[in-house]
Design a protein. Structure first.
Length: 484
């Protein structure tokens, strides 16, 4: 364990918004249509050629049931909810430009316009972070520290090891890993202040050995969020939204420039990250609206499945939840459980909105379920099936996978040890979630003796000449034609 990772306890920071920013703060036979006498005229239209209908919705859930789908339906039926991006990209572009050109002054004007207030100082004093802990329940403090231990253990085990080898006589190659020097972390505030995101980003950054770690979070940070920030030796700034990403990307008089930016966020934050990535900024991944896909068979508990779907639906109205079950009976029981559990949730209105574009698909078997899941590439994948570990080996596209009936997605969100900052929107086809190595970079070296170069020269010369790069060939010839 590095000295720095031993000291995962001492910080600085707090929140912000843009329009749209979250401030702190009898069974049916397979293949036949599912009928619903209570379906409302304003329910989503049924696409031509498909058997899509809706179950009764006593608690406000409007989950679309698909009794069966074929591969040709995937693209149309598995598309994510279309974001309401009218004008957003341009507005984000303007925010980025203003911050780049105007620094702190522009940042204050943007905060005043969006949040209705601008802090006299963006950086939150360390003492304020520490004092916030006085208002935090001791049981929560204990929970945070336990989560820290689990996350730290798993991320320390991920540290990449250097490699040195001789590829041919006299040709020695090696690779070593070094931390990214300065990293910026975005910590969402909103109606659900994500103190867990602090743990998921600061801990691996600290283990990696990053020299300077800064965090931005929207105004109005909760005592719990401030307390969690106080456990780490980082600087914290009270600014959120696209303007926070721009500030960390360019640096301002108050906020240092970061070499790479990490952390999830709403559509405004994600847009800023992607726009700046197009200009060369290093980012962790595209991380937009949350999503979960559950594959369930007759070994699944409908109440557990319903709770997992709701745990993601409550994140936001744009969250995506999908159930793939091998029987209509299981789907019906799960929806009944959703309707029951939904009434108990403090964020039931948000969850209900998300459920309006949720899907429950009856599959022929687990093989079809995996085919659908690998096409979709969910952020979170829950396998509530028999032999879940074996099934998991067939997963090719997913951010994080949860095996069996006792592995709820919320465990990974908070404290199992894996990272909850994961790619969304189908990006799991090419992107991975945050790991310790995401905060590091690799440097390779090669050391070649004269004899080694003599043995390697014919290969290099042939390739250099094939590419018509004479100077490349000459760099070898100058050495092998020179006397020792």
């Amino acid at each position: 364990m590095s000295q720095r990772s031993k000291n995962l306890s001492t910080p600085k920071g707090s929140p912000v918004t843009n329009p749209g920013q979250q401030p702190q703060s009898p069974p049916t036979p397979k293949g036949s249509p599912v009928t619903d006498p209570g379906q409302q005229p304003d329910d989503p239209p049924t696409p031509k050629g498909s058997n899509i209908t809706h179950p009764p919705t006593p608690a406000g859930s409007h989950i679309t049931i698909l009794p069966n789908i074929t591969r040709k339906d995937y693209k149309k039926l598995l598309s994510r909810p279309a974001p309401d991006a009218a004008g957003r990209e341009e507005k984000v572009s303007q925010i980025i430009r203003k911050v780049e050109e105007g620094g702190d002054e522009a940042l204050r004007k943007i905060c005043l316009e969006i949040d209705g207030q601008a802090p006299p100082e963006f950086e939150i004093p360390r003492q304020e972070l520490i004092q916030a802990g006085r208002d935090v329940d001791e049981h929560l403090k204990t929970a945070v520290r336990q989560a820290m231990m689990n996350i730290q253990s798993f991320h320390e085990a991920q540290l990449p090891k250097p490699v040195t080898m001789e590829t041919m006589p006299g040709v020695k190659c090696s690779i070593r890993y070094t931390p990214i020097e300065k990293v910026g972390l975005y910590i969402p505030g909103g109606t659900a202040p994500l103190l867990s995101t602090i743990l998921m980003t600061v801990i691996p950054a600290t283990i990696a050995g990053c020299r300077e770690i800064i965090a931005c979070t929207p105004p109005g940070a909760s005592p719990e969020l401030l307390f969690t920030l106080s456990l780490f030796d980082i600087r914290v700034f009270t600014v959120g939204g696209a303007q926070a990403i721009a500030a960390m990307a360019f640096g301002t008089e108050s906020i240092p420039k970061a070499d790479k930016i990490f952390g999830p966020g709403n559509a405004w934050v994600t847009s800023a990250k992607m726009q700046l990535a197009g200009r060369g900024l290093a980012i962790d991944m595209p991380a937009g609206p949350s999503e979960v896909l559950v594959i369930a068979d007759n070994t699944a508990n409908p109440a557990y499945v319903a709770s997992d779907l709701l745990s993601q639906a409550e994140h936001g109205a744009d969250s995506q939840v999908i159930l793939l079950a091998d029987s209509m009976d299981l789907i019906r029981k799960t929806i009944t459980e959703i309707d029951t559990q939904l009434t108990t949730l403090s964020r039931r209105e948000t969850a209900s909105e998300a459920l309006k574009h949720a899907l429950a698909i009856c599959v022929t078997d687990i093989t079809q379920a995996l085919d659908i899941s690998n096409y979709y590439g969910p952020e979170h994948l829950i396998l509530s099936v028999k032999d879940a570990r074996s099934v998991a080996e067939q997963v090719t596209n997913a951010g994080s996978v949860f095996l069996g009936n006792y592995s709820p997605e919320s465990a990974g969100d908070y404290a199992s040890g894996t990272n909850h900052t994961l790619p969304t929107g189908g990006a799991t086809r090419a992107w991975s979630g945050i790991t310790t190595s995401a905060f590091m970079k690799s440097i390779t070296t090669q050391e070649i003796s004269r004899d080694g170069l003599m043995g390697l020269a014919p290969t290099v010369l042939q390739l250099a000449r094939a590419e018509q790069l004479d100077a490349h060939a000459n760099a070898v010839l100058q050495r092998i034609q020179t006397e020792k």
